[in-house]
Design a protein around this ligand. Structure first.
Ligand code: ZN
Length: 96
């Protein structure tokens, strides 16, 4: 692990553990490292919405849209799993 210490604009110092050999993408506004470009784009939209360039806004919208799709799919799968468990337990209760 490599310790990286960044100083924010407000003077606060933050430290991060970055695994050896990893090349994080760094936020240009606050210096926080992220493992993936998508996570950095989401951070930009959440933490620095007024400071973004058009390209960064487009990246945030794309990342946010794909995140919404993934969350929707997870919710459907979780609901399907719960319904399946409910009916399995119902059948066990009915037969025993
Ligand atoms: Zn930032």
């Amino acid at each position: 692990m490599t310790d990286a210490t960044r100083t924010q604009r407000d003077g606060q110092s933050l430290s991060f553990d970055v695994p050896e050999g990893d090349e994080p993408v760094i936020c240009d506004y606050c210096g926080q490292p992220y493992a993936r470009e998508k996570w950095l784009a989401l951070h930009h939209g959440r933490a620095h919405p007024a400071e973004l360039t058009d390209e960064e806004i487009e990246a945030f919208r794309a990342a946010h849209g794909s995140e919404e799709t993934e969350i929707r799919e997870f919710r459907l799968r979780a609901l399907g799993g719960l319904v399946a468990i409910y009916f399995v337990l119902l059948m066990i209760y009915a037969l025993v």
